[in-house]
Design a protein around this ligand. Structure first.
Ligand SMILES: [Zn+2]
Ligand SMILES: [Zn+2]
Length: 145
């Protein structure tokens, strides 16, 4: 596992960011919770361990991580900004019912390839997502019938 504190410290400092305790804890939460949390969710989870933590600190830390390309923001219409650790390019599925965002592994040979040239234009980023009803919600439907 890459999520021990020493490794997290290394990830952060290798990007030129001072690895403070709060930053390490925020990064640890993101690595352990691949649910694309909001600032609010991170705050609720961490304030129990770190009573001095504020939402502003989380917000500022995440902005710094985004700037240093450690974390990515996900902005989908109708939902709050979510945060995702920068990883291998992947796609997202958003459930219209529970608003959860899942990573999806689909074979999309073309779309997943960043740095492709299309019609002479160099692609640096691909934004897009799948929307529908997630399997959990589908199963809940089944359970009710
Ligand atoms: Zn759902
Ligand atoms: Zn993701």
């Amino acid at each position: 596992m890459i999520t021990n504190l020493k490794n997290i410290k290394t990830i952060i400092s290798s990007k030129g960011v001072k690895a403070t305790f709060q930053r390490i804890k925020i990064m640890e939460y993101l690595l352990n919770n691949k649910s694309h949390p909001t600032v609010e969710e991170i705050f609720i989870a961490l304030v129990k361990q770190i009573p001095t933590l504020s939402k502003t600190t989380i917000y500022n830390t995440l902005n710094l991580f985004v700037e240093k390309n450690i974390v990515k923001t996900l902005n989908f219409s109708g939902v709050e900004t979510r945060y995702d650790v920068v990883a291998k390019s992947h796609h997202h599925f958003i459930c219209k019912r529970c608003r959860k965002i899942y990573d999806v592994n689909v074979e999309c040979n073309f779309l997943c390839d960043e740095n492709k040239v299309v019609n002479g234009n160099q692609i640096e980023e691909v934004t897009g997502y799948f929307k529908g009803i997630c399997k959990k919600c589908l199963n809940n439907d089944k359970a009710l019938n």
